[in-house]
Design a protein around this ligand. Sequence first.
Ligand code: NI
Length: 135
Amino acid sequence: MRTLLTVKSHFSAAHRLYRPEWSLARNREIFGLCSNLNGHGHNYLLEVTVEGPVDPETGMIIDMKELKALIEREIIERVDHKNLNMDVPFLEGVIPTAENLAVAFWEVLDPKISAGRLYEIRLQETDRNTAIVRR
Ligand code: NI
């Protein structure tokens, strides 16, 4: 048996998916509407799951207040209402697909989880697509 705890957060951000060395036509072919020249926005749902033993004294894997504060400080405050191509130092040089964002968020959060360990990050970009990174 394993025990998991998931917390959800929301943020809104703009992005454009493109490779600068490709033509507009090639970018459009690979990235579709997400390559539109002036960007567009998404309302993201971020779900962070921690696994670990339940502390018998508290009944918790990790203090949820602390986990929420960590996600807020390390991720949400840095990406919410930002342009993901331009405004976020830890995303510099990253094509901001849902997959790449989930991996980048994992790298930021993984070393900072204070109890249990990071198990999964799910990033829902639209109600039709979600990227998942799992240990
Ligand atoms: Ni998009």
